[in-house]
Every structure is written in C-alpha cells, then in structure tokens.
Design a protein around this ligand. Structure first.
Ligand SMILES: [Zn+2]
Length: 291
C-alpha cells in the first residue's frame, strides 16, 4: 500500500472552511493550546522543549504522534519538494471530506525535523484561521503567502478526528521539559522513576538503581573537555550503590571519552545507543556492566 487521498468511502460530507467561531469549551481549549503551548511555534507560552528539535528523537516522536492519531504510515504523505503540495493534494480536501479516514499531508524542509514541521503546520492552520471542525473531524490547511499576500504554495493538509488531535496536543503540552520525556520513556521500559530536576533522573529496575543525567553537547563527537567538566560537576554526589549514566543526545562517543568515563565509573549512552533505546531496547544494564 502507499498513500491514497481517501479510504474510498463513497460518502463525502460538504463543508465550508468559513466557520462562525462558536466552538464549545473543549474545542476552544485545544485551539488555544495549539496556538500558545505547542513547542517549536515561537510562542513564549510554549515549553522550550529541545526534544522537538533534535533529530535523534524524531522517529520516536513521529511514532508517538501516529499512535495518538491512530494513523498508519500509509495515511501520511511528507512532501520534500520545495514547491510544496500539489494542486491535487489540496483540492481533494477542499469543500468536501470523507469523515472516515485520517490523512496528514505536509511539507518538510531540510532544516527541520518531521515532528517540528508537523507542529508548526498545525499551529499555522489555526493561527491563520484556515480550518474547520466538521462533524468531529478537524480539517486544516497551511500555506505560504508571498510579499503581496498572494498564495505562494500550500504546505499542509491535516484531516484528523478532533478527539485524537486533542489527546496528542494534551500529551505534547504535558511534556514540560526533557526530564518529563525521559520519565515517560523509562516508565515504558519498566523502570520506577523519580525526576530530580530537568536533566537528572533516578531510575530503578530489578533492584538496580541508576542516576541518569542528560546533556546536549555540540559537535559531531563528544569533546574530552565536556566530559571532564561533567565529572567535576558530579564529583560531589555520593555514590550510594547507584550506577551513573550520562546520556548525550546529539553527539557520538569516542574511544577516548568512553574510556575516560569508564575510569570514573560513569556509563555513557551516546547518540547512536540512544537511538536503539528509543526503539525500545533497554541498554542500561548492558552499558553499566563495564563500569
Ligand atoms: Zn476516506
């Protein structure tokens, strides 16, 4: 199977993109959350959540998005052509829609990760009023205008049951920081967790305890100076039978940094191992066996 515009349901429902704006409270709350609280939308009310801008997390977050929206890969069309969506991509959903299937068609530029693009398109549909809610289905369009306010290109069509969208947005808005994200991830892997602060988590499984710290370092590989600073930072922490784990989400470890951290009894989960962890492979026991 590949992307199809519709499930071929012969029953289409005619609608008008111009709505009267009289939505119920639940709908209004969702719309306000999309406008103000979604990350990556330049709103100062939004959580500045780095996970939505780091490519390491992209596949995991897209999987989460698809689960929440109950869509399969065949319901999603990602357009990488800089010209945006085709005429057909848009016209198919204008004026009438099937109420049965969920479809996400959106453009993605090279400079943003997929989830980041989706959140921006969703916010734009609402901010520019190009949406309606038709018998429980949210239908929204995002577009780019030229300097004279004429249509330059369409960049998204989002057609999704309102309840599914509401659940997704609520979940995303509840991830206040990267610590919340890791709590969710570790709980899914069967760990008992306690958030010490935004980038420090205590986790326990099968009687083994871990102190996990999350860091973003710049560059392709972890610099020795970064891990030296890290060791100085944690030097005062008493090791009460805990394994220390450093997660670096955007850089790769080197032999030198791995050995240095091993000598200090700190296990490292670099960008490459983290990608495995994000597919559900529990690596904590394995990486701590060598320290
Ligand atoms: Zn359909």
């Amino acid at each position: 199977m590949s992307f199809q515009y519709c499930c071929k349901n012969p029953n289409k429902y005619e609608y008008n993109i111009f709505h009267d704006g009289c939505f119920d409270n639940e709908t209004n709350n969702l719309l306000l959350n999309c406008l103000w609280r979604l990350p990556e939308t330049h709103s100062i009310q939004a959580n500045c959540n780095t996970i939505f801008s780091i490519d390491t997390y992209s596949d995991y977050l897209m999987k989460l998005l698809m689960e929440k929206l109950s869509v399969t890969e065949d319901d999603v069309k990602i357009v990488t052509d800089s010209a945006g969506l085709s005429k057909n991509d848009v016209e198919f959903y204008e004026e009438e829609i099937c109420l049965n299937c969920t479809k996400l068609v959106f453009s993605k530029s090279k400079k943003r990760i997929t989830i980041q693009e989706f959140l921006r398109h969703l916010r734009n549909c609402i901010a520019h009023g190009r949406f309606n809610i038709v018998r429980g289905i949210f239908i929204g369009f995002d577009m780019v205008l030229d300097n004279n306010s004429n249509l330059s290109k369409y960049t998204a069509v989002i057609k999704v049951p309102f309840d599914n969208l509401s659940n997704l947005v609520t979940d995303i808005c509840n991830i206040a920081d990267i610590g919340d994200f890791y709590i969710m991830l570790l709980n899914d892997l069967g760990y008992l967790t306690k958030k010490e602060n935004e980038d420090t988590i205590l986790a326990e499984k099968d009687g083994v305890k871990y102190l996990i710290k999350i860091r973003h370092y710049s560059g392709r590989y972890i610099n020795k100076s970064d891990v030296v600073n890290f060791i100085n930072e944690i030097d005062h922490i008493e090791n009460k039978g805990l394994y220390f784990v450093l997660i670096v989400d955007s850089t790769y470890e080197t032999k030198e940094t791995k050995l240095f951290l091993q000598e200090k009894h700190v296990a490292v989960l670099d960008k490459s191992s983290l990608k495995e962890l994000l597919t559900g492979k529990d690596l904590f026991n394995e990486i701590c066996s060598g320290i």
